[in-house]
Design a protein around this ligand. Structure first.
Ligand code: URA
Length: 207
C-alpha cells in the first residue's frame, strides 16, 4: 500500500487550523510545525534502528537508536516550511533542496535549483512538499531523486488531490505517500478544493 492516510486526531486538529482562511501566518507557521512533527513520526515508523545501551542514574538500560541515514528534501518554496519540524525530530538528517516553479497558467513545473547530498542509494529520503496537487512537481522531483540514486523515498504532504496521488503512483509506484487528507478535486487553476489555499503564500504572508 503506497498511500498512508494519517488518521491521528491531533493531525486533523492541526489541519483544520491550517485550512481555516482566518488563520494568520504567525499561527499558520506554528501549526505547520505541529502537524509535521506528527506526520514525520508516522513516515519514519519503520526506520532501521540498532541496539544500544546507556547508563541511567540507576542501571544500564538497553534500547535502540536510529541507524538509518535520513535525507530530507524540501521542494522549494513551500516545502521549506516543513523542514524545521523534521530536523527537530532527526537532527542528524542531511538536507537536499529541489527548486521547482509552477507556471501559474499551465501548472507545469520547471526545475530552477537542485543540491542533493551524495550516497542517496543507502538513505531513507523524506521528500516534503505540503500540497500534492496535479502531481507534476512531485513527479519531476521524484524523477530527479531517482536519477540521483534514491531508492527508499517517502513523500510527506499535508493535503493531496486524487489527481496528484494517481500521477505519483503511476510514475513512482514504490514511493510511499503520507498525508492526512485526500481532498475532493482540483479547480480550474489547479488548486486543491477545499484545500487550504496557496500554502507558501499563507506561510510567508505573501498573499
Ligand atoms: N499549491 C498550493 O499551495 N495550494 C494548492 O491548492 C495547490 C498547489
Amino acid at each position: 500500500m503506497s498511500v498512508h492516510v494519517v488518521e491521528h486526531p491531533l493531525v486533523h486538529n492541526a489541519l483544520m487550523t491550517l485550512r481555516d482562511a482566518q488563520t494568520q501566518p504567525k499561527v499558520f507557521r506554528r501549526i505547520t510545525i505541529h502537524i509535521n512533527l506528527l506526520l514525520a513520526a508516522e513516515a519514519t515508523r519503520d526506520l532501521p534502528a540498532s541496539p544500544v545501551t546507556v547508563q541511567t542514574p540507576l542501571a544500564p538500560a538497553e534500547g535502540r537508536r536510529v541507524s538509518a541515514d535520513v535525507v530530507v528534501v524540501p521542494v522549494l518554496r513551500a516545502g521549506l516550511g516543513m523542514l524545521d519540524a523534521i530536523l527537530e525530530l532527526i537532527p542528524g538528517a542531511r538536507v537536499g533542496h529541489i527548486g521547482l516553479q509552477r507556471d501559474e497558467s499551465t501548472a507545469i513545473a520547471s526545475q530552477y535549483y537542485s543540491k542533493l547530498p551524495r550516497g542517496l542509494e543507502k538513505s531513507v529520503v523524506l521528500m516534503i512538499d505540503p500540497m500534492l496537487a496535479t502531481g507534476g512537481s512531485a513527479v519531476a522531483a521524484l524523477d530527479h531523486l531517482s536519477h540521483a540514486g534514491a531508492r527508499d523515498i517517502r513523500m510527506i504532504c499535508i493535503v493531496a488531490a486524487p489527481e496528484g496521488v494517481d500521477l505519483v503512483q503511476k510514475h513512482h509506484p514504490g514511493v510511499r505517500i503520507y498525508t492526512p487528507a485526500i481532498d475532493r478535486q482540483l479547480n480550474e487553476h489547479k488548486y486543491i478544493v477545499p484545500g487550504l489555499g496557496d500554502f507558501g503564500d499563507r506561510l510567508y504572508g505573501t498573499v
